[in-house]
Design a binder for this molecule. Structure first.
Ligand code: 5GP
Ligand code: SF4
Ligand code: MG
Length: 468
């Protein structure tokens, strides 16, 4: 998912819509904005792309206020239903409050059962709603204290933005900082309102679109509270080491974003270089599977000296195929999304560069298409280690039995995808590309559980299922 928040600017909702637009790649199922005018909260949410949900100036006119938060939904828990669309808004005894959450809680099921037993009535099927109820039943006095109380009970990954009735914008990142969250500022807005112009966003590309300056990342376990008195930083969890999601670098984030001080585009190019060094092969062209394979294919081509060509053309009017909810629709989606460029592929030995193999269905289709366009050899190079384990922290990977790499050897995978050779970047190569010489040490600073099976945060609900 993508989250965005703004404090102390006129047209806060319109700015949030722009921010969500830049974060569209993080979730395409639904979008929502909650604004606050100092007295009343206003909300608009809907299924679809940001441009579809906020397609009308009349809609924007219903969202007045100098602060707002927004959310792009990419379902990891709960189905495609309007009830599950965020931000979640609730009326409390202390006033209204809205929260928007990116990530996935690993004890949401367990907490939910306990909360329902205590009489809480859940409105949605998302894991994020446990925050709403934990805030409601907290015995602490202030909103900030209640949110901290809630955060101390949840486990998992969360980058959260919230709007409170005393007109504060809150940003909160889980203690391990698995999902990104950055702080930015609009240079010219301070005059309009005391301390105005603050932005919170999942990625820096959302700051660029509105001309905000990148201030810094919200740190793992840090809570920032922005109000008329300024920005206050609270560390409810003390300091712990970070486990940032390495897959954000490989695939999820937009290439023009800077994550934890590292430009994503450069990181992807370097992963491509490593891959060329580790598993070079004689060929005529290096072809990315667009869009996610493009920067790394540029790196691969540069390192190998084999020309980079656009042998697959992407139709930009179709969303990311894997975000569609059913296998059937996903299967239809890929044909709509990619076309082979015969002029490049005919009679050529082709190196295909892609970010990951999950189920293997997309890859198989692309390989068939490339062969049908006349390629004489197809070599697949993947910029992640084999995806052998599901993600429980906010990336939608299927259960283990559906992961090709979990059930197949490398040779079986090569055969299933129908390529002449197949290679994945090594874990060492991946971390070298991210600037870490020692992969073992780097493994302590990132989450790479979908490759290594080493989950840095307890999978409470999962364990509960095993016990039953
Ligand atoms: P596959 O060959 O596994 O069907 O699809 C691989 C391609 O689709 C990669 O480019 C990858 O980015 C994307 N992809 C397909 N399904 C998923 C999924 O469930 N989760 C993620 N993270 N990526 C997927
Ligand atoms: Fe990222 Fe994989 Fe960890 Fe999920 S399991 S947070 S995708 S590295
Ligand atoms: Mg892809």
């Amino acid at each position: 998912c993508g989250v965005f928040g703004v404090w102390g600017v006129p047209d806060a909702a319109a700015m949030t819509a722009l921010g969500l637009h830049a974060l569209q790649h993080r979730g395409q199922e639904a979008a929502g904005i909650v604004s606050y005018d100092g007295e009343t909260f206003h909300q608009h949410k809907g299924l679809g792309l940001v441009g579809e949900v906020f397609d009308d100036s009349r809609v924007m006119a219903t969202l007045p206020g100098h602060s707002a938060i927004g959310h792009n939904r990419y379902a990891t828990t709960g189905g495609t239903h309007i009830r599950n669309v965020q931000p979640l808004y609730a009326d409390y005894a202390f006033g209204g409050m809205a929260v928007a959450h990116n990530g996935n809680l690993t004890n949401a099921g367990t907490l939910r059962k306990a909360l329902v037993q205590r009489g809480c009535i859940f409105q949605s099927a998302t894991d994020s709603e446990v925050f709403v109820h934990l805030i409601a039943i907290s015995l602490y006095g202030t909103v900030v204290e209640r949110l901290i109380d809630a955060a101390k009970q949840v486990k998992g990954a969360y980058s959260l933005v919230g709007l409170t009735p005393d007109n504060a914008l809150i940003g909160l990142r889980d203690p391990l900082g698995v999902r990104p969250l950055v702080l930015g500022r609009l240079p010219d807005y301070d005059r309009d309102q005391k301390n105005g112009g603050w932005i919170l966003a999942s990625e820096t590309c959302a700051l660029d679109i509105i001309g905000a300056e990148y201030v810094r990342d919200v740190e793992p376990g840090e809570m920032v509270v922005i109000n008329e008195e300024g920005l206050r930083s609270i560390r409810p969890f003390g300091t712990k080491s970070q486990n940032f999601c390495v897959f954000e670098y490989i695939y999820f984030a937009r290439p023009d974003s800077i994550l934890e001080g590292e430009p994503v585009y450069e990181a992807r190019k370097r992963i491509g270089c490593e891959l060329a060094r580790e598993s070079g092969v004689e060929a005529d062209v290096v072809v990315p599977v667009p869009d996610s394979g493009v920067p790394s294919a540029i790196g691969y081509a540069a390192e190998s000296g084999i020309p980079f060509e656009l042998g697959i053309i992407r139709n930009h009017y179709v969303g990311r195929t894997f975000i569609e909810p059913t296998d059937q629709i996903r299967n239809l989606g890929v044909k709509m999304k990619h076309s082979a460029n015969r002029a490049v592929l005919q009679g050529k030995r082709v190196i295909l560069v892609d970010d990951s193999i999950v189920r293997g269905t997309t890859s198989r289709k692309i390989v068939d298409m490339v062969r049908a366009a006349g390629a004489t050899e197809v070599h697949m190079r993947i910029t992640s280690p084999p995806t052998k384990h599901p993600c429980f922290y906010g990336i939608d990977t299927p259960e283990e039995s559906k992961l090709l790499a979990a059930t197949h050897t490398l040779e079986q995978m090569r055969e299933a995808i129908g390529v002449d050779s197949l290679a994945f970047v090594s874990r060492d190569g991946l971390y070298r590309a991210l600037g870490d010489v020692d992969a073992r040490e780097a493994g302590n600073r990132y989450c790479d559980a979908c490759f290594s099976g080493k989950y840095p945060i307890e999978l409470v609900d999962q364990e509960g299922q095993l016990v039953q």
